[in-house]
Structures are given as C-alpha cells and as structure tokens.
Design a binder for this molecule. Sequence first.
Ligand SMILES: [Zn+2]
Length: 119
Amino acid sequence: MSTRPRTAPVEVIVAETMQVLEPDWCTGEHHGLHYMVDVGHQGPDVALDFRGRRITEACLTQSPYAEHASRDVEVSVSLTGQSYDATGVYELAAALDAYADRLRDLADQLVAIRAEEGR
Ligand SMILES: [Zn+2]
C-alpha cells in the first residue's frame, strides 16, 4: 500500500466576481450567483399604476452574454411578457393609444346610456 495521499478528479463550480461592462442606463443591481449567460442589465422601471394597482411596467434590458436570445438592448414589457426593439415598442405604444381611444368611446357610451336612464 502506498503512503502517498490518493487524489481523484472532482468537478466543482467555482464562483468568482467578474467585472462586466456596465451601460449607463443600468440600475447596477446584480444580485446572486449568475452563469454568464444569465447576466442581465436592467434600467429603472417605467410603471403604469391605476388606483393603487400596478398595471404594467417596462424597462430597458440587455443580456449581453445570452446564447439563445438577443444580446441587443431591448425594452421588456411586463404587460405582454416580451421584449421589443424600438419598432416593436412604437407599435405597442400605438396599439395602446388606439385602445385608450376605445376606452374613451366606451366611457362616452356609458355617459349617454346613463343620461337616457335619467341618472
Ligand atoms: Zn448592469
């Protein structure tokens, strides 16, 4: 029997702090352990609140080391659960504008109905 200590190869995950390029718009909050592909930058939330309830929020976002998603800066929108390029954000904003007009039409109809009912 050998007196030399035995060794065996063991796979380990070593955590270390890495420095990543930080865009000016990022809040700089990067908590917890990340795989490089999971590193994400996020800007401040732009929220839509109504009567104390959060309807949606959006923010700039980027996953600079993503393997299966875009590495480009995008806007993440919680209302749809998706991220968009500038064209997509403009299209969503136009759809929301149109929806706001439809809501106003409904309010106008409601006012007219209530007026007919004498309320
Ligand atoms: Zn960041």
